[in-house]
Design a protein around this ligand. Sequence first.
Ligand code: HEM
Length: 140
Amino acid sequence: MNKDAERLIRDSWMRLVPVRLTAAQIFYERLFEIDPSAKALFDGKPMHVQYEKFVLTIDTLVQTFDFPASIITDLQLLARRHVGYGVHLEQYASVGAALLWALEKGLGSEWTPEVHRAWGELYLFVEGVMKREAAGTATA
Ligand code: HEM
């Protein structure tokens, strides 16, 4: 990822500070709407806790994504835990779509094609690491 894309991600995530929990809520509402199979995995979970985890996860990613070596092991472990949660590989696409949707809603007119592309690239990186690990785990 080039420096411009990194800056766009950092700046846009900073702008969301006042509305991050709302963006998290929008993310889950959108996810459950486009992929009811994902909803079942969260049945009975207190959603406000998930909203906080969502914000914390993105925060960590935004702070560390320019050092891929340092986050790959964490993402692999996260992917393995997701196999345990019953997450399927196809659901990663739904999560990506819901994430971009929530960011777009939160950023409004600041959601430019360049910002869209930068977040899309970041998600593809994270999803790629996690899906490869999950696929390896499932066939192991
Ligand atoms: C980029 C991809 C993803 C990231 C960064 C991510 C991040 C996280 C984090 C940080 C947690 C907290 C628990 C832990 O650390 O193990 C979590 C839990 C969870 N995630 Fe994800 N996740 C991703 C993709 C998905 C997908 C595709 C699904 C499927 C719908 C999913 C469903 C869940 C579920 C069911 C839990 C457990 C909730 C609970 O029991 O409290 N996640 N995720």
